[in-house]
Ligand binder design. Structure first.
Ligand SMILES: [Zn+2]
Length: 348
């Protein structure tokens, strides 16, 4: 099969479109013909290499897939050949005390499929294999392209806002990178909870998308002073929740924008890991600084009910053929895309 493979870490030039063997499913796995996958920032991190994390080489990235089951292992009971499916990308043992408590991300065996798995084990090929436990039915009202762009960002956002930050009606929620893959889901989840969304993005086109998705207020970070605007919008009270994933560039402003007793929740740091913090704010203003990482399969199922009802919809900004993965990396790495990129193999 054709796949996007890299054999060393580096820039987009390390990505090769080449022939590799079709994966062989184990007894508890299923083999999926990939109709569409997605490109996430994880794919950029894997390609660049991350200090302290082993990326297994040669590597096929891709943590989101939608497709058709073409083979099942001998022990698989929950899906059958011909089923249209999507993948939850959190891989864990499903047996330890963390896993059985729904905290699969604390499992000693936890890996994000397509990011930490390998060699040659991700969605960016014509076929992929995944544990049957990670399979979910594709929502019938979505195309394969839409479905493929949904799971990773939706489960991440759901855990951040619903489980961790415990969003409530009326909350003012400041969302950085609001037109990006995480941001478009964050706007919709926050609106689902009748929160007041303050969406921040870097261009007027992106702000228009945020507006269409239901953002109550939109801020262009290149033209406006985000802190001053947040104070104005909230009558000086500032945001109840700040949705962070950008890190070093935005963290000091996120802290400024947070109200007393408010919550910053973060799942990443695409602009850098080192951010200063005045810990007086922690006790004096009794603020909450929460980390969040992906989510469990149950959280994805909870969130998908609202996709099936049409209240949350995936935003596909571009559909690219598999062989143009370099372009997908460029669009994501340089913030040139609104919504998500769906990747389609030739054979799809
Ligand atoms: Zn476990």
């Amino acid at each position: 099969m054709k796949a996007i493979v890299f054999e060393r870490n580096g820039g987009p030039e390390v990505l090769q479109y080449k022939d590799v063997p079709v994966p062989t499913p184990g007894p508890n796995d299923v083999l999926i013909q990939v109709k569409a996958s997605a490109c996430n920032f994880n794919d950029i991190w894997a390609r660049r290499g991350l200090p302290g994390m082993q990326i297994i080489l040669p590597h096929i990235s891709g943590s989101d897939a939608a497709g058709i089951v073409v083979e099942t292992g001998s022990e698989v009971r929950n899906v059958k050949v011909g089923d249209e499916v999507i993948v939850h990308c959190g891989i864990s043992c499903r047996q330890c005390d963390y896993c059985t408590r729904g905290e699969e991300f604390f499992c000693r065996d936890f890996k994000i499929w397509g990011f930490q798995t390998g060699p040659l084990d991700g969605a960016h090929g014509e076929y992929c294999k995944v544990p049957a436990a990670n399979i979910l039915p594709k929502p019938k009202n979505l195309s394969f392209e839409e479905a493929a762009t949904m799971p990773l960002v939706l489960v991440t956002v759901w855990r951040m806002l619903v489980t961790r930050a415990q969003i409530r009606a009326g909350d003012f929620v400041l969302i950085w990178g609001a037109a990006g893959g995480l941001g478009v889901m964050a706007i919709q989840v926050a609106r689902l909870y009748n929160a007041n969304v303050i969406a921040v993005a870097s261009s007027d086109d992106k702000l228009e998308l945020c507006h269409q998705l239901g953002a109550n207020y939109v801020l262009n970070r290149k033209k406006q002073d985000v802190f001053a605007e947040v104070r104005k919008i909230t009558a000086g009270k500032r945001a109840d929740i700040v949705f962070e994933h950008t890190g070093a560039d935005t963290w000091p402003i996120s802290m400024q924008c947070l109200k007393w007793g408010g919550t910053i929740v973060t799942c990443g740091a695409t602009s850098g890991f080192d951010a200063q913090m005045d810990i007086r704010l922690l006790w004096n203003k009794q603020q909450n600084y929460l980390g969040s990482h992906l989510g469990n399969k149950g959280e994805l199922v909870d969130a998908m009910r609202f996709v099936e009802s049409g209240q949350i919809r995936p935003v596909v900004g571009e559909i690219l053929p598999l062989k143009q993965m370099t372009r997908a990396h460029d669009l994501i790495e340089n913030g040139k895309i609104a919504g998500k990129i769906a990747i389609v193999p030739n054979s799809a």
